[in-house]
Design a protein. Structure first.
Length: 435
């Protein structure tokens, strides 16, 4: 890109920024005394915004042009060396060999580390919830190539299933967990049937509508879901029937009494952390195993080309339905854990923004990359927490970071995917003078 083109683009960006900043930054309401409000102008802020965007755009274009030139630089012909790849690409190619085991080992020992206080463990639990949701949605989006913007609906179904079963029928967490997954998978099949003939944007719109339908039902079916008041008093899971309370019910001993420990509330936090860690690892193990089965290869064939998939004799109807059902099942498991961890759920916990964040984790991590989803979930979960001190600009920083990463790595952080199956090498042709 020439310097003239860069200047033209930067001026256009500054003009757009000025137009957006005029109503947002150009005016401020002030107290004019009594019950009156006055308006003050801050037109200088508009100029500052335009200048910052102008030079920022110039700098970004220069940086990314340099980056693309560096990545596409040819090697000397005589060396016959393969083209250089960046660090994240090399990391993605080795993710299954050592990155995932390293991440799992770190997750296992995290609560035992010196800096792992209550806040750290609780935040790590939230990260693992989003990791599990990302791995579940990865089946639908990353493997089967079906764009789903309503995944939060299955999350909500799992949460409300456990809450209602535990409060109305006395079911425990471990009893409700498979039922929550089964009911969420049923809703996945219900969603799958109407969208069998849809692709791309049309599929996204229908799934978005499905997610909103579930949220509106939860909001208005007050006799069952208690509407906007939500459900409170959801029971916590126990350790093989052993509670984590300071004052256990009569005839029972608490966790700290059985193991001879002094009571600390962090014991329950650590237990919940290991519960979601086990659920996430089961999700990952199941996904990695099923990818190598015929149904997993059918998902990937459907993602690459549905017409070719039909030509190979694969039934796209069954393939799509299984992807929706299995992905929804893991969303239901995560929702059930979310309900027991929070102790309170309401429809406000399952808005479209949750679906957008989960989809962003899958896309940002790299479509089909299990390790990439872990990194993306940690990034998108921790960044808003780290920027919490800047409350006014927290979401601005969140959005800007996402834009920068997607411009820098449009294919995702770890875009490398190992082939599900490798063909054996072709045998060498026999020489004409051979046997």
């Amino acid at each position: 890109m020439t310097l003239t083109q860069r200047l033209r683009d930067a001026i256009l960006a500054a003009f757009v920024a000025s137009a957006l900043a005029f109503p947002l930054l150009g005016f401020e309401t002030v107290d004019a005394g009594g019950a009156m409000l006055g308006i003050e102008t801050r037109f200088s802020w508009i100029g500052y915004a335009a200048v910052i965007v102008f030079f920022g755009r110039l700098g970004l274009m220069g940086f990314f042009d340099w980056w693309r030139l560096r990545q596409g630089r040819p090697e000397p012909a005589e060396s016959k060396a393969p083209a250089k790849t960046d660090f994240l690409t090399r990391l993605g190619s080795k993710a299954d060999k050592w990155l995932m085991p390293a991440l799992i080992a770190f997750a296992v020992i995290l609560p035992m580390l010196p800096f792992a206080d209550r806040t750290v463990v609780d935040l790590a639990t939230v990260v693992l919830i989003y990791v599990m949701l990302g791995w579940g949605l990865n089946i639908v989006v990353g493997l089967a190539g079906l764009l789903d913007l309503g995944y939060v609906a299955f999350y909500a179904v799992g949460a409300y299933t456990y809450a209602l079963l535990s409060l109305n029928f006395g079911f425990g967490f471990w009893q409700s967990l498979p039922l929550a997954g089964l009911l969420a998978a049923t809703f996945g099949i219900v969603l799958g049937f109407p969208v069998l003939r849809l692709r791309g944007d049309y599929l996204a719109i229908v799934t978005l509508g499905f997610g909103e339908i579930i949220r509106i039902i939860l909001l208005n079916w007050t006799d069952v879901t208690r509407g906007s008041n939500g459900i409170t008093g959801i029971p916590r899971p126990t350790f093989f029937g052993i509670p984590f309370t300071a004052d256990p019910p009569e005839g029972q001993r608490a966790f700290h009494e059985i193991f001879g420990l002094e009571y600390e509330s962090i014991h329950r936090i650590i237990f919940l952390y290991y519960v979601i860690l086990v659920l996430a690892l089961v999700t990952n193990f199941f996904t990695m195993r099923i990818r190598r089965l015929p149904i997993g290869r059918a998902w990937e064939a459907l993602r690459e080309d549905e017409i070719a998939c039909k030509a190979l004799g694969i039934n796209p109807t069954n393939t799509k339905l299984t992807a929706f059902a299995i992905g929804a099942m893991f969303g239901g498991f995560a929702g059930s854990f979310f309900a027991t961890r929070q102790g309170f759920i309401s429809p406000e916990s399952f808005t479209f923004i949750e679906s957008a964040v989960i989809l962003a984790i899958v896309v940002l991590g790299g479509m089909g990359s299990q390790a990439g989803i872990v990194l993306a979930a940690a990034f998108l979960t921790l960044l808003p927490e780290l920027a919490r001190e800047f409350a006014l600009y927290r979401m601005l920083a969140f959005g800007a970071a996402m834009v920068l990463i997607m411009v820098w790595r449009p294919q995702g952080l770890l875009s490398h995917r190992e082939p599900t199956i490798r063909l054996p090498p072709r045998p060498k042709a026999r020489e004409s003078g051979g046997e």
